[in-house]
Ligand binder design. Structure first.
Ligand SMILES: [Zn+2]
Ligand SMILES: [Zn+2]
Length: 395
């Protein structure tokens, strides 16, 4: 990798850092990546499910295709990094490093267009709305893989806490599904001093919060990883008035569709049973926000080979532990063979990047993407493209 591509990518990353959007509202980033790819000689298609962008480069005669994916959205967080290139969009920042993800794919776009021979087509997919978990599905629903047929797809996420420049992945489940639930218990409120005249949804709600913990402890196979977390408990009561209603909201993480189905079934059974036992009524709304990210074993082998080429065998772990965070890349992996991988961003240190010596955690006001790992990502992507689209008759 020449330092030219890294210098360019660093400049692009810092520019993208200044113009963050959230969700589907990432027009400034979409315009920038579209203009940059066009200037590099890629054929650019914009407006896929709103602000989604695909840039394509075909070489030679092969019909083989590979896709590299970057997410474009930031978060509704007020930046506190103090960097000179801080967000210009008040109240919004790139706190998850998606600016770096775009810059690494753009760096690969620059390298592939200028220096690197291959035979086939590379598609660069820039998606909106990774954080809410709806951007990939929206692009697929808008015909992404019909318009840009793809044999395999790859993506990276920077991970604070992993040594800088290491690449970790694994076959099978890498990241969890995220399901959300909302439980509504309706009783009959009344005076706090006269419980015999009411049906108290608070007591039922408390019982349900505790009982939900038995799903993991007593229903899930102990060798499966599942998390059930109640995160909000909302009532319409007052200090001296028993409420009519209690709403419990929460979040469940699973790695298989079967466990996700089991969690939903048990939440419904526990809620209905508790409400019935105490003469209240209940309602459960269960939604699947992110699906589990499941890596294809062959794609993992290809990604691991490219990673070893890019950063050295001693900095690659191709059988890492899964994590219970979730990732919108999962939607692509359900449609085509895929591998998602983690790129180490360095140790987590107080003060983050600007405090020296490390990085802040993701989604922190102090987070700034570690530019020192841009080269590793660019080399990984270019090594993948050249290995998966080998040039047959180089002159
Ligand atoms: Zn994030
Ligand atoms: Zn992210």
């Amino acid at each position: 990798m020449t330092t030219d591509h890294i210098d360019l990518a660093t400049r692009w990353r810092r520019h993208l850092h200044q113009i963050p959007g959230t969700g589907f509202d990432v027009g400034e980033a979409a315009d920038f990546v579209a203009r940059t790819c066009t200037a590099l000689g890629w054929e650019v298609t914009t407006g896929i499910s709103g602000n989604g962008v695909v840039a394509s480069l075909a070489r030679g005669t092969s019909s083989r295709t590979i896709a590299l994916r970057a997410d474009m959205d930031g978060l509704p967080i007020e930046e506190r990094t103090g960097v000179a290139y801080a967000s210009k969009n008040h109240g919004t920042m790139h706190a998850c490093g998606h600016d770096g993800h775009m810059a690494m794919v753009l760096g690969a776009a620059s390298a592939l267009a200028k220096d690197i021979a291959f035979d086939g087509t590379v598609h660069l997919i820039f998606q909106p709305a990774e954080e809410p978990g709806t951007g990939a599905e929206a692009m697929i629903a808008d015909g992404l893989f019909d318009r840009f047929p793809t044999d395999e797809i790859y993506g990276l996420h920077n991970i604070p806490g992993l040594p800088a420049g290491e690449i970790h992945t694994r076959p099978g489940p890498l990241m969890a599904a995220e399901d959300n639930f909302e439980i509504r218990i309706t009783g009959r409120g009344g005076h706090a001093s006269a419980p015999h005249f009411v049906i108290d949804p608070m007591v039922i709600g408390a019982e349900i919060v505790l009982s939900l913990q038995t799903i993991v402890a007593r229903n899930v196979d102990p060798l499966d990883a599942v998390v059930v977390s109640c995160t909000e408990l909302i009532t319409d009561g007052a200090r001296n008035a028993i409420p009519d209603q209690v709403v419990i909201r929460g979040d469940a993480r699973t790695f298989t569709d079967a466990d996700s189905a089991l969690v939903e079934t048990r939440i419904r059974e526990i809620t209905e049973g508790a409400a019935l036992a105490h003469r209240a009524s209940s309602e459960v709304v269960y939604t699947r926000v992110f699906r589990p990210t499941i890596n294809d074993a062959d794609c993992v082998a290809h990604a691991a080979a490219a990673a070893r080429h890019a950063v050295g065998a001693d900095r690659v772990d191709a059988s890492c532990r899964p994590i219970t965070a979730s990732e919108d890349f999962a939607a692509y992996a359900r449609a085509v063979p895929a591998c998602f991988a983690f790129l180490g961003a360095g140790e987590i240190a107080e003060g983050g990047t600007t405090g020296g010596g490390g990085t802040a955690p993701l989604h922190s006001r102090d987070f700034d993407f570690n530019d020192a790992i841009l080269g590793a990502g660019i080399d990984f992507y270019t090594a993948l493209a050249t290995a998966r689209l080998p040039e047959g008759n180089r002159s």
